[in-house]
Write a protein that binds this ligand. Structure first.
Ligand code: ADP
Length: 606
């Protein structure tokens, strides 16, 4: 690099802020001005034969030139300012205390220069420091001079008026220059800030509109999905219901096989619709986690009951291990969401395992009296997952490979739902898996514990769960045949389905085509139970139930009501209870499940 290249452009860069650039410029041009001024002073004192002053002016000139060179070499304006202020302070004090031994207008100017320069260049703290460093000794000097007790062994040099004029002139120019230069920079800075502020505001407005648009479109999308799924669920309900009915009619073996396939496919389609609907709901942030009381052991039994049958059908050994510490505890949490998570994991475990075992465990990891941490784990001896796919399988609509889709079906939403549900609660999923050996999915949840405890469960919680008791049609036929059931349902296909289904148990239900009609019929007739569809014209199921609960005759106002709902996903329970209904069955319901619930309510409520 050329030693004599003193250009300012090489030290100004785009990265420096407006103020820093102004500081560098100020030093640069300030040095040039100072060199001119000092040159003139040097000449003036030299011509007057003032040796010490000449020497001092010369030394300062050299120092300024050196700092100028330093600045044009590297723009370390902070260091240079410090060096300059130290030099200036020493010079100032030397002139007052030694060389001139007096205070004149130049001294005052020098102090003002130092004050302005230090504040502008180095900020408030250093500004205060250098200001006091210059002011205090001068004040002390003034007091001592006033008392006539300042004396040193050096004869002061007195410069003539011309030197003073040059110094005063040069100092004024410097003061004005520093001030005007930095003032301009401040104004420019403020303007730039205002401009960025305005830009920011326009950007913010743009962002807001974009966000609103996105929200709107996602809302439209989720409403669309919701409506579509609902529309799909209704005919599916009929398909599944009809296959159930046909299967109950002692079909020929070949028909029975076809019907099973029909039922299986319809159920599959329904699971997909449910998954899509639910994932959509989770994604749109509409999930609220409940905090209700439940017993974990009982819940796990209920979840695993059906799954166990599936596992056994495949010849798999199903083990359900529940920590004895958990069995009698009542905890607070969201059983529906927990069910959904475990159900998905267990379904996968069964789906992807052809031999060996499925092992579901709930371990009490920590019991802190009023909260417990439970470790859940679902382990299988199935096909396993390749290491590189361990993360992607949690993405929505992602399966391990095309072969998975072909061989096992599915949407690739199950794990995405589980992961999102855990994420929403700030929890993590752990997976370990080995191809052809098996997989284990596990997560921990902390639950608040109620002070209540459950009575020892009726069904023993055994290490390996056995089949749960299933009601058979014959069993119900004896007890339920004279039941008086009122069905509020507007869809004729569903009505036919229900009638046929109930006829298996020799029950002839009364039908109301909407909620208002149901309330009316109930007023004049006697019934044991009401099956209430939720979406109906004229009056929906919620309003009708509320009307029923308001009836004066307690036999009517307390009648058991079961909601029949097609959109029964996971938040319906609250709404159903709030409206005063006792229970709900999701359409398409399994005949046994419906009869179970009816029987249950008749014995407990009725
Ligand atoms: P789906 O089950 O509908 O395919 P999931 O999101 O539940 O969707 O699972 C995504 C993928 O993760 C599955 O397609 C499968 O490749 C893999 N997977 C999930 N659970 C298991 C398991 N227990 N064993 C082997 N692979 C699994």
């Amino acid at each position: 690099m050329n030693f004599f290249n003193f250009s300012i452009n090489k030290i100004l860069t785009r990265e420096q802020s407006i103020l820093d650039q102004a500081r560098i410029r100020l030093l640069y041009y300030g040095f040039l001005l100072a060199i001119v001024g000092l040159g003139a002073l040097f000449l003036s004192v030299y011509l007057q034969n003032l040796h010490v002053l000449t020497l001092t002016a010369g030394a300062i000139l050299v120092a300024i030139a050196a700092l100028f060179k330093y600045l044009t070499y590297k723009p370390h304006w902070r260091t240079i300012s410090h060096l300059l202020l130290i030099t200036g302070t020493l010079l100032n004090l030397a002139i007052v205390f030694v060389i001139v031994q007096d205070i004149n207008i130049v001294t005052i100017q020098a102090i003002i220069l130092i004050i302005i320069f230090s504040f502008y260049m180095l900020g408030q703290n250093w500004g205060m420091f250098f200001s006091l460093l210059n002011l205090l000794p001068i004040l002390i000097f003034m007091v001592m001079q006033y008392d006539h007790n300042y004396f040193i062994d050096f004869k002061p040099e007195k410069a003539d008026q011309s030197t003073t004029i040059i110094a005063v002139f040069a100092n004024f120019i410097l003061i004005i220059f520093i001030h005007s230069h930095l003032y301009a920079a401040f104004i420019k800075n403020i303007k730039q800030l205002r401009d960025t502020g305005e830009e920011q505001t326009t950007l913010n407005i743009k962002f807001e509109t974009a966000i609103k648009k996105a929200e709107k479109s996602s809302q439209v999308q989720s409403e669309f999905l919701s409506t579509m799924s609902h529309e799909i669920r209704t005919p599916l309900n009929a398909v599944i219901g009809m296959s159930n009915l046909l299967l109950m009619n002692n079909p020929r073996p070949d028909q029975s096989e076809n019907l099973e396939i029909l039922k299986f496919s319809a159920n599959n389609l329904l699971a997909i619709v449910n998954d899509v609907l639910d994932f959509n709901k989770i994604e749109s942030g509409k999930v609220v986690f409940e905090k209700i009381k439940f017993n974990l052991a009982e819940l796990l039994h209920n979840i695993c009951g059906g799954q166990m049958i599936k596992a056994e059908e495949k010849g798999l050994l199903f083990k359900l291990d529940i920590d004895s510490a958990l069995r009698r505890k009542i905890i607070f949490g969201d059983p529906t969401r927990l069910t959904q998570m475990i159900f998905n994991l267990v379904s996968n475990a069964i789906k992807f395992t052809s031999e060996g075992n499925i092992w579901v465990r709930a371990t009490c990891l920590e019991d802190r009296h009023n909260t417990i941490t439970v470790g859940f784990s679902v382990k299988d001896s199935g096909i396993g997952i390749r290491k590189e796919n361990l993360e992607t399988i949690f993405e929505p609509f992602t399966q391990e490979s095309i072969t998975t889709t072909r061989q096992y079906g599915g949407t690739g939403l199950g794990l995405a739902i589980v992961k999102r549900l855990l994420d929403l609660q700030g929890l993590q999923m752990h997976v370990s898996s080995k191809v052809n050996v098996g997989s284990e999915f596990s997560f921990n949840i902390e639950f608040p514990v109620s002070t209540e405890i459950v009575a020892p469960p009726k069904e023993l919680v055994t290490e390996t769960c056995q089949h749960q008791l299933q009601h058979t049609g014959a069993e119900l036929e004896l007890t339920e045949s004279n039941l008086r059931i009122l069905i509020a349902e507007d869809n004729p296909v569903n009505v036919m389905l229900m009638k046929k289904l109930l006829s298996k148990w020799h029950i002839v239900p009364t039908i109301a085509e909407n909620g208002a009609r149901a309330v009316e019929i109930l007023q004049y007739g006697n019934f044991d139970i009401v099956l209430m569809d939720l979406q109906m014209p004229v009056m929906n199921g919620f309003d009708a139930s509320m009307e029923i609960r308001k009836m004066t005759d307690p036999a009517k106002s307390r009648i058991p009501i079961i909601a029949l709902t097609a959109s029964a996903l996971f938040d319906i329970r609250d709404q159903v209870t709030t409206a005063g209904m006792n229970d709900y069955v999701a359409k398409p319901f399994k005949p046994d499940e419906l009869m179970d619930k009816i029987q249950n309510l008749i014995t407990t409520v009725g």
